[in-house]
Design a protein around this ligand. Structure first.
Ligand code: HEM
Length: 426
């Protein structure tokens, strides 16, 4: 479903600005959200009447009861049209899910992400000792790792043209332009219905531009994918894959690095190990596994989706963990505090500590809750973790890093999204 720019706003302008400001502030100060989550976890009957769940058991329960709690809650925030993540199960969902799995099978991670990380680190190391983590590094590592999603049609997608001359003109400037366009489309999924109207309009404009760009190149995409589907099927999947794959992974990487730099001892330990491995830093399997464990633990502290929503299609009940189930009237919504479930001490040992080597035992699937849970979990989970692992290994090969404070803000935001993170090589 596409939002209309001319829809009258249901919220008073002041209330909208205030609630959006609060939402962005909470995203940046996730400790506050975690504290609120801890309260709801402790007293689940408070959240129940508002359709809020925080205990790990309750969050898992909602995410696995897919007929009762529907993903269509995402649909209103998808400014470039319908896609898998906002669909109810059915033939289109099944076909799209099979297509995304096939495209993900074409990825060559971690080889491709290692290769681009090494290349970018080489450039940064010989540069002027300061760089933007997002613009000069993460964006490109993720972009190159994701290239097989569009395969031979990548340049056509970036150029927005099936003309070989236009594709030959694709350079980093055009690639960057494309990545900015998809960033605002993905940003709307995060900001949701709270976003101010001007931000929603910007997201819609970028969503329209993305649709138009893909519309012009469904031919090359169909050829690259080896499918003869109707062009609207190719378009829906290509548009969806474009915005869902890249920006979320880049943002998750930036959040993970921010969290790591905020833990100097953890960073120092990992950095020293990387330095002592020298050339073997990319090939040592034990070290890669440890970095991967760190990525997951950093993401636990800084999940890009700390909350998830579900629609309630018909009357049902919610097990919040309180003595009585909460009523969920049909037509309503429920909010899942994944951030609280990831810290639930009843299932996560020593949950408040930063502990990459934690043994999750039978709760191992919960460890990946930042990618959702159960059948609707992110199909790119392992690919994304591998890419972020490559990116982090690359950063650990540089001399020590710190946020470039003292020259204005090191981190700039656009709503809940990080726009830039300026770093200094010391
Ligand atoms: C670190 C990066 C990523 C994170 C944190 C992430 C997170 C998530 C989450 C939380 C969901 C479930 C949403 C829900 O249940 O409501 C999801 C679903 C999905 N993700 Fe990702 N994702 C990431 C990267 C990617 C990439 C690279 C792709 C590329 C193909 C992708 C494709 C999808 C798709 C297609 C779905 C919908 C699955 C379904 O509904 O069946 N994600 N992702």
């Amino acid at each position: 479903m596409k939002l209309s720019t001319y829809e009258p706003d249901a919220l008073a302008p002041g209330i909208r600005r205030l609630s959006y400001g609060l939402f962005c502030w909470l995203n940046r100060h996730i400790v506050v959200l975690r504290a609120a989550g801890a309260l709801l976890r402790r007293w689940p009957s408070i959240g129940g009447p508002f359709g809020m769940v925080a205990r790990a058991s309750a969050v898992k329960d909602v995410l696995t009861r897919t007929p009762s709690f529907s993903n269509t809650a995402h649909a209103a925030n998808m400014v470039s049209g319908d896609y898998l993540i906002g669909m109810d199960p059915g033939p289109t969902y099944t076909a799209d899910r099979a297509l995304v799995r096939e495209r993900l099978d074409a990825l060559d991670v971690p080889n491709a992400s290692d290769e681009e990380a090494k290349r970018r680190i080489g450039i940064l190391d010989s540069g002027d000792r300061s760089f933007d983590l997002i613009e000069n590094y993460l964006m490109w590592v993720v972009f190159h790792a994701m290239k097989p999603l569009f395969g031979s049609a990548t340049d056509a997608v970036v150029a927005g043209s099936a003309d070989p001359a236009a594709q030959a003109a694709v350079d980093e400037g055009l690639q960057r332009q494309y990545m900015l366009e998809i960033r605002y489309v993905a940003g709307q999924l995060l900001a949701g219905s709270l976003a101010t109207l001007d931000l929603r309009r910007r997201a819609e404009t970028c969503g329209d531009a993305l649709q138009a760009r893909i519309d012009r190149v469904t031919g090359p995409i169909g050829t690259a994918w080896g499918v003869k589907s109707a062009s609207q099927d190719i378009e829906r999947n290509a548009v969806g894959l474009a915005w869902i794959s890249h920006p979320v992974t880049v943002q998750s990487g930036a959040l993970a690095v921010q969290e790591l730099l905020g833990r100097p001892k953890v960073y120092e330990k990992l950095w020293s190990r990387a330095q002592s491995l020298k050339d073997r830093v990319w090939t040592d399997t034990g070290f890669r596994k440890d970095v991967r464990d760190h990525v997951l633990e950093l993401m636990r502290f800084r999940p890009i989706f700390p909350l998830l929503a579900r629609d309630v299609p018909r009357d049902t009940e919610l097990q919040t963990g309180a003595r009585q189930n909460a009523k969920c009237p049909g037509g309503g919504k429920v909010s899942l505090l994944g951030i609280a479930a990831l810290f639930d001490p009843s299932v996560v040992s020593d949950s408040r500590s930063f502990c990459p080597e934690r043994d999750w035992g039978s709760e191992d699937p919960l460890r990946y809750l930042m990618f959702g849970y159960g059948y609707r979990q992110c199909p790119a989970r392992d690919h994304a973790v591998d890419i972020l692992t490559s990116a982090l290994i690359g950063l650990l090969t540089l001399p020590r890093l710190q946020l470039a404070r003292g020259e204005g803000k090191a981190i700039t935001y656009d709503g809940p999204l990080m726009l830039s993170m300026r770093m200094r090589i010391t």
